[in-house]
Design a protein around this ligand. Structure first.
Ligand code: GLC
Length: 732
């Protein structure tokens, strides 16, 4: 048994010593709530055969279930209540990939804090968030819940969410336990299909997938969740290497590990175990403390212990981790919730946080002729068109079981309010919903557009087109949305497109139809006012892409921190397929790493985002160019706001380890700072590089910091051009 402190040890040890084997196994079981008491749940709780409930959010029901646990079970151990509080609770924040576009740790922590305050007010103790799966495949529906393609950014923002959810002390009534999920490599699901096979090297696992989880573990995340994935043939939920060797022995993680929904019994479906009993054995051996939704633990663990296939010590360790979580949450002392003691959900403060997050999540991808921001003087008649312009439900996005639709303010509502008394705002939906091919509403929409100066189209994906089990092979705008945009483009009006979607979409064709393009993801409750404030210039867009946008699906995976290959492509050795002469001889085109019909770069690259002002990166320097690893190593850049309005810039630092024990990415994000600049203001932005940033897992999967030459770039995206270099010397 491992302990954390004497007081906790003695209390939990004492309780463990009193518990029967069946009572211990009962703590390892979690079942879904149904919004009311059931004989089954009440009976299991009374018999000490249930330790946790998820998806119950009625405080009266939670308190009654809790009362039964505390007063009517033999040892009175309280329940822990879990819920997916992924991006807000009743007040809905932008989907996590949209939050990632803010590159704002402080704001994301605030959003998670607000979410915890709202969720804890109904009796939720534990959220199954942050989801910190790295993925490079926008076909995967759960990219919506991710924090993007990069391990450094995902780690920083994932930790911010953990801090927000868990607050200063888990016993605080507004703190809820966070959950680092899905451990691990779920985002590498084959072909971007959910739940698909994951084939990944240990080295890629350690250098790309695991850093965010390690960062959250070091930040004190209270729980982890095992992934559904079949990880190299050993499903994560039964993977001792992952959950025991890495999580427990290498990282010395002391928190609680819960399975994903039915992922224990799915070990049979994978063909990894044969029957529930073997599945339970594999999961416990792999260190899964609590079984979510399925019931193999309560059904088979007693006999597995009797048969000596599972030891009592293994059971005790699982139960110790569960009781420790309940102890940290203060549930033994305060098992009940009194909603009257909490701030109301949906308060002005909370809506403000949701709006500010939505503002900073929007990424301006195109703004030809500076058509944005819109002024009432030049835009007297405005046509608002599209299926996403006025849909409260769809703008909340996926994983919003508790979102209050009525609280949402749509872009149409916000624009009408913004232009009231200044310009006329008209609306035509154009399509009944984002997947529709029915063009019967086109005529009205096109006629309206023809009668106005400016057209603002709101297109994208309904929320159901992303999220768990909602993957798409064709990630263009669905339905006839592109056709509608083409018809509108023929009118020669000022055209603006706002995309509201749960993933990066293919915009190669779409972007040519409009003068300006703003990516709003699914922006949540206050998406309308946030978008309106940006469109009229009350807010200066500062969002930066947390994900590379492919030109076409065939490019996937396309990401910035790729390896160089032995034959990298540059613009001087790339020839487009359409430019190759007929009958060209075999060796006449470049023998390098690209697609002839797509090139070698994404449409929009990682870290990219425009502003209404412009920032010049005019100088970069180091104190010297040779460093020993134990010496402070700072990189500085001088950045100037050249424009006439203030704005935030996400100043990004990238490195390249030129020659190493294994090949290293051509660029790696190793620092970012979101800095406000007044008009014409110049600032020096500095970054420290330490072993943490320069090290990697080598060809033997051992951590190393290797002397050698490094490139450094600082800029406003992963294409940063301001460059310097340094030589890392051995530490002798
Ligand atoms: C789901 C998801 C997981 C979620 C859990 C509880 O299947 O994979 O992310 O937290 O079940 O809803």
């Amino acid at each position: 048994m491992t302990n954390q402190n004497t007081t906790t040890l003695s209390k939990i040890e004492t309780l463990l010593a009193e518990m029967t084997l069946r009572e211990k196994i009962g703590q390892m079981c979690q079942l879904p709530g149904v919004g009311h008491l059931t004989n089954d749940l009440v009976g299991k709780i009374r018999a000490s055969e249930l330790g946790s409930i998820l998806n119950e959010v009625n405080p009266e029901v939670i308190n009654e279930l809790q009362r039964i646990a505390v007063e009517e079970s033999r040892l009175g151990i309280p329940l822990v209540i879990g819920r997916d509080v992924i991006h807000g609770f009743k007040t809905v924040l932008p989907i996590p990939i949209g939050q990632a576009a803010t590159w704002n740790e402080e704001l994301i922590e605030k959003g998670a804090r607000m979410s915890a305050e709202e969720a804890s007010s109904v009796g939720v103790h534990w959220t199954f968030a942050p989801m910190i799966d790295i993925t490079r495949d926008p076909r995967w529906g759960r990219i919506a819940e991710s924090l993007g393609e990069d391990p450094y950014l995902t780690a920083k923002l994932g930790v911010a969410m953990v801090k927000g959810f868990q607050g200063k002390n888990l016993t605080d009534k507004t703190s809820i336990a966070a959950c680092a999920k899905h451990f691990a490599a779920y985002g590498y699901s084959e072909a971007g299909k959910d739940y698909a096979y994951v084939n990944i090297s240990e080295n890629e696992l350690r250098n790309v997938v695991l850093p965010p989880f390690k960062a959250c573990a070091e930040a004190g995340v209270a729980t982890f969740m095992a992934a559904f994935s079949d990880l190299n043939g050993v499903p994560a939920t039964g993977n001792e290497f992952l959950n025991q060797q890495i999580l427990r022995r290498e990282w010395n993680y002391k928190g609680m590990l819960v399975s994903d929904w039915d992922s224990v019994v799915q070990l049979n479906t994978h063909g990894f175990s044969e029957g529930g009993k073997e599945a339970a054995m594999e999961a416990v051996r792999a260190g899964v403390d609590m079984e979510m939704a399925s019931t193999t633990y309560i059904s088979y663990l007693e006999s597995l212990v009797t048969e000596g296939k599972i030891t009592l010590e293994q059971i005790d360790q699982c139960v110790y981790n569960i009781l420790s979580l309940k102890e940290k949450l203060g549930l033994f002392e305060n098992p009940y919730v009194n909603p009257a003691e909490f701030e109301p959900c949906g308060s002005a403060k909370n809506l403000e946080i949701a709006k500010n997050t939505a503002v900073e999540s929007c990424v301006l991808l195109k703004n030809d002729y500076h058509v944005l921001p819109l002024s009432p003087e030049k835009n007297k008649r405005i046509a608002v068109i599209g299926p996403m312009a006025n849909d409260k439900y769809e703008q909340m996005g996926t994983w919003t079981f508790d979102g209050v639709e009525e609280w949402c303010v749509t872009p149409l509502e916000a624009l009408k309010k913004e232009f009231e008394g200044k310009s006329e705002v008209f609306y035509a939906k154009g399509l009944s919903h984002s997947r529709s091919y029915d063009k019967s509403l086109f005529e009205e929409a096109i006629a309206l557009a023809a009668s106005c100066d400016t057209v603002i189209s709101f297109m994208g994906e309904e929320s159901i087109l992303s999220g768990e089990a909602h993957c798409r092979a064709d990630i263009n705008l669905p339905g006839a949305q592109n056709d509608l945009l083409k018809e509108i483009a023929k009118l020669g009006k000022t055209t603006i497109l706002v995309v509201m979607a749960g993933r990066p979409l293919i915009l190669e064709e779409t972007r040519h139809q409009v003068n300006a393009l703003l990516y709003a993801w699914h922006p949540g409750t206050m998406g309308g006012p946030a978008i309106a404030d940006i469109l009229v210039g009350k807010e200066n867009p500062s969002g930066k892409l947390p994900f590379s946008f492919p030109k076409m699906v065939g490019q996937i995976p396309v990401y910035y921190n790729q390896r160089n290959s032995g034959r990298p492509t540059t613009y001087d050795n790339f020839i487009h397929m359409n430019d190759i002469p007929v009958k060209a001889p075999q060796t006449s085109t470049g023998n390098t790493c690209f697609h002839m019909d797509a090139g070698f770069e994404p449409l929009y690259h990682f870290g990219f985002g425009l502003s209404y002002t412009s920032f010049r990166y005019q100088n970069i320097w180091l104190e010297k160019h040779k460093f020993k690893m134990n010496e402070p190593l700072w990189v500085h850049a001088e950045v100037r706001n050249e424009g006439s309005r203030g704005g935030y810039e996400v100043v990004q630092l990238y490195i390249r380890d030129q020659f190493a024990n294994i090949t290293r990415p051509v660029r790696e994000l190793k620092g970012f700072k979101k800095v406000f600049f007044e008009p014409n203001e110049t600032k020096v932005v500095s970054f420290e590089l330490t072993e943490k940033e320069l090290g990697f897992y080598n060809r033997n999967n051992a951590w190393m910091v290797e002397p050698g030459d490094f490139d450094v770039w600082i800029g406003g995206s992963s294409k940063a051009h301001l460059h310097t270099h340094f030589l890392l010397l051995p530490n002798e």
